[in-house]
Design a protein around this ligand. Structure first.
Ligand SMILES: Cc1cc2nc3c(=O)[nH]c(=O)nc-3n(C[C@H](O)[C@H](O)[C@H](O)COP(=O)(O)OP(=O)(O)OC[C@H]3O[C@@H](n4cnc5c(N)ncnc54)[C@H](O)[C@@H]3O)c2cc1C
Length: 304
């Protein structure tokens, strides 16, 4: 058993701390912030590999996370996870790069008016606020709010760095980039809450729809942005998102609010051990899609 301090309490830090606790370690979490205001609160969040690399490892982590989240959906409603149908639009029948993460992916559907080819599979959808609060309860008494300025100063046999975009400054990692996204959250009344859509064929019309239990998250955009905090949502993006939603047959009765965040994108997710520090950051647009697979790799690295 090791004394482990996890730095960061977004979806990656909380899931990692939870897996370490489950493995019998003595776990503490230190984070500058929790809950709303961090990137993890800005996510949809559907299980779907998006803007994260490299494909082979991402698919392995994603498959492990899909299995875990699907089990949680069946056994633990208070975790805020439900399994929806996910449809991904495509122009060609070529198998997508993420196909390796979906072991039951069949052939694409053809002949539907929305797109020449349509990939369809069951995908867990996580309600970020409910899921993170559930993890925080499992870690009750172990979380401290504090800014860390050097990983060397953090106590513990092992320190796990789950600081997301914060790692850019903390580790001087210039490979980390913020990728801005705005979502517009609408009332779910009258909308299909069982179907999630992703249409990333064209940057200019990029669109996704992620139903939650009572509302629907509409997006999107993926724009590289410098700086540590995301630009606020704009009316212009809201208008574009609602226009794209209408083009996909989604017309909401009421807009509830807008949100924005910076996806912590890195050319390769950094998951490696460096002395007593294990890094686990840079999950781009897939934090909820990779969290458990990455957490289990961290558990293994603790004992190497
Ligand atoms: C618009 C949008 C939509 C998205 N949709 C999806 C989706 O549908 N599915 C999906 O899988 N993913 C989605 N994502 C991506 C997902 O949100 C991220 O991959 C994920 O939140 C990253 O989590 P994290 O824990 O690494 O980072 P964060 O949530 O940013 O957490 C970092 C933590 O580290 C702490 N920290 C940072 N620096 C320090 C420091 N120096 N000292 C102490 N603490 C520190 C912070 O306070 C925070 O607690 C979306 C993202 C955006 C922006």
């Amino acid at each position: 058993m090791a004394r482990v301090t996890v730095v960061g309490a977004g979806v990656i830090g909380l899931t990692t701390a939870d897996a370490l606790l489950e493995a019998g370690h003595e776990v503490r979490v230190v984070a500058a912030a929790l809950g709303t205001g961090i990137t993890s609160a800005a996510a949809g969040a559907i299980w779907f590999p998006f803007r994260s690399d490299p494909p082979t490892t991402v698919n392995r982590w994603a498959a492990m996370t899909r299995t875990w989240e699907t089990q949680l959906a069946a056994t633990t409603p208070e975790a805020g996870i439900d399994v929806l149908m996910q449809e991904v639009y495509a122009d060609t029948p070529e198998r997508p790069w993420w196909a390796g993460a979906v072991d039951d992916l069949g052939d694409p559907i053809i002949g539907r008016p929305e797109a020449p080819y349509l990939w369809r599979f069951a995908a867990p959808r996580v309600e970020p606020a409910t899921f993170c609060a559930w993890l925080e309860r499992r870690l009750a008494g172990r979380i401290t709010i504090a800014q860390v300025s050097s990983l060397n100063e953090v106590e513990g046999d092992i320190v796990v760095n789950c600081t997301g975009l914060g790692a850019r400054r903390l580790c001087g990692d210039s490979l980390l980039k913020g990728v801005w996204g705005q979502t517009t959250i609408v009332d779910g009344e009258g909308l299909d809450l069982s179907l999630s859509i992703s249409d990333e064929r064209d940057e200019a019309t990029f669109f996704y729809s992620i139903p939650r239990r009572r509302e629907v998250v509409l997006g999107g955009c993926a724009i590289e942005e410098f700086g540590e905090t995301p630009s606020p949502p704009t009316q212009a993006w809201r208008a574009k998102i609602l226009e794209r939603a209408a083009a996909h047959g989604i017309v909401a009765k009421r807009v509830l609010r807008d949100s924005s965040g910076l996806r912590p994108y890195r050319s390769a997710v950094r998951l490696e051990r460096e002395g007593r520090v294990i890094h686990n950051y840079g999950h781009g647009g897939s934090g909820y899609t990779l969290c458990r697979g990455c957490a289990l790799d961290v558990v293994q690295l603790v004992s190497t």
